[in-house]
Design a protein. Sequence first.
Length: 331
Amino acid sequence: MTNLDKHPSLNVLQPGQPCTSIEVLEPRLVPLGGLRAMTVHRTLPQRQRSLVGAWCFLDHYGPDDVSTTGGMHVARHPHTGLATVSWIFTGQIDHLDSGGNAAAVLPGELNLMIAGRGITHQEISTPETTTLHGVQLWYALPAETRFSENHFAHYVPEPVTLEGVTAQVFIGELLGSASPVDTRTPGLLGAELLLNPGAHIRLPIRPDFEHAVLAENAEIAVNSVATPHRSLAYVPLGADTLKLAAGETGARVILLGGVPLGEQIVMWWNFVGRSHDEIVEFRRRYQAELGFEQAHPDDVGEPTLFGEYPPDQPEPIPAPPLPNSRLIPRK
């Protein structure tokens, strides 16, 4: 069975014909903690679209003057059922997690943290950082790997330069460049593209992938559809060609893609599950394991989800209260 056979409703276009059914998603502003609260621009998830392939979260931040915003200071918090992708353009962030990994997040270098059945971590910009600028991405793990052990990977992709564009492919394959990182998720793409001033490029893409293009630092055109700065252009299944155009200053874009996850997810706070009851359990166990609440009788004797942590770190973040209504699955 081919990838196209798995999607019988796929509307395959003629070879080399870009799809014109582009959906432009505008960002919403979200403050990230602290008295001065660094603001991020969030384009995933949205009410009208929760997933692009398995990608379920996209925060875009900066360039921020750290002397004004205070930088990034996200203390220890949990994740389940997802992976985090940290990719920055300027600055440095120190990563620490309960899987025993301490790493620097540096420009042009991928840090991938697979939460699996559970992990906790913190992300704090360094004192030397004056300008912070980057993206934080999550993708949902499929059923077969979402309860696997947590894992951390680091990769520095070599730039690939073709006429009008330079690409760094940090996940998946594009333009002859392939990332060796095991994502535990089939069919996934993540890349940074630098478009030359006035560039008009045509990229070969997989027609069994959904794609999304973040206009990171300037307005661009995606298959001739204007995409404002910080907005995300969604490209549905079916085309083997993606057309991007930059203005006279050039542009940087983040290109994401993937085979549709094909599963309903429940996403709340920092957890991805499959039902309201799973999220309730994840929250309850996090609260108990970190000492915010008493352990529930059902959890006594169960292996811990969120692991040990080095001492002398900032206090962890407690989980917020659950909503009064049941959480609804999305896809």
